[in-house]
Design a protein around this ligand. Sequence first.
Ligand SMILES: Nc1nc2[nH]cnc2c(=O)[nH]1
Length: 433
Amino acid sequence: MIRFAEKQTDRKTEFLAGLTTFFTMVYIIVVNPVILSDAGVPFEQAFTATVIATVVGTLWMAIFANYPIAIAPGMGLNAYFAYSVVGSHGGISYETAFSAVFVAGMLFLLLSLTPLRSKLIEVIPDSLKHGITAGIGLFIAFIGLRLTGIIQAHPQNLVALGDLHAPSAVLTLIGLAVTLILMMRGVNGALFYGMVVTGIIAYATGQLHFDKGIVSLPSLPEGLIITNPFAAIGDVIGHSLYAVVFSFLLVTLFDTTGTMIGVAQQAGLMKGNTLPRAREALLADSVATTIGAMFGTSPTSAYIESSTGVAAGGRTGWTALAVAVLFVIAAFFSPLVGAVAGLSAITAPALIIVGSLMISNIAHISWHQLDEAFPAFLIILSMPLTSSIATGIALGFISYPLLKIARGRWRDVPLLLYVLAVLFFLQLAFLPH
Ligand SMILES: Nc1nc2[nH]cnc2c(=O)[nH]1
């Protein structure tokens, strides 16, 4: 049940938070089908599947887990699906790749029902938990800077300052200034109103236009891609896609867990070392991944963009409910959504500002203890550099036990952490990313 109780929030704040999260993540209903169609998935099929997976996962999160966290197909895993899995291993079709996603989703679902679920969260040392939140903060800010061209590619240094005179950069900086001023003045929903003001300026200056109109009816699913679970399992066995299933499972499990911990910590919703209702929260993602695979999308994940809604005051499932309802509405407004989602300057200020809020977590890391500090530092450093939450977590999990052993404190590390370190090592060393 969704409850406001003792969370110091109200319906209006939650709705504004939902709007904020929605606008920072709605690009996915355009971008995800574009990426998946590179692998041959029909665009309309992927569009509908993206909306269905997002609505199912986010509604589940709202109703059963009561967290202000949205679920949608992850940007890392759609690229992995389209560019590393489909066509590899001697010509894997997208239908077979969806079988692998389906089986990974089912395994994740089973895992979410076992005690291992809460163990996974409790076993993560505090310094790594804070490192994950801070790393996500840097990553999200980097995404905002990169998408708008404020930071751009550089042949020697990889990244460099972009052209600050470019319209997109100027618009972002104006949006950033407007949003920060609104926040300084204590305006509720400043992140969302900042987007509205930026959108209006974009329209007035000709950067935002609605060439394809506003409304269009969503197409119905052309049919399920996976109808028989046993056939899907047979497909995975027949093509020996074990490593692919393992990668999907490991990445989605740790991306989602890391993101949930990060966002819950930001929202003040962690109870000590534990995430209350972790079962329902993980089920939201595993159910969405499984159903999404049946309709035709790559695995879902808890979305880092949810942190913008939390920064806007979202504390309960009402925020997620608003996101889910807005995604249903968005399915009818795909031309409008496409136009706004195509102009990243509108949402980038929220991503950059939220990054600055999330990095405050580094204050809780024991920097004077190298065996605690260095793994956290690796996580914070590598999330933006590798554009992968799961890789950041993997590096932290591998280095943590190693440093504890080097310090003679190997007994302080729970057995499960050693097991995870080995699994992450094997994945990083031997499987494609
Ligand atoms: N946590 C998370 N958030 C995202 N937002 C967009 N893509 C992703 C992803 O792959 N993982």
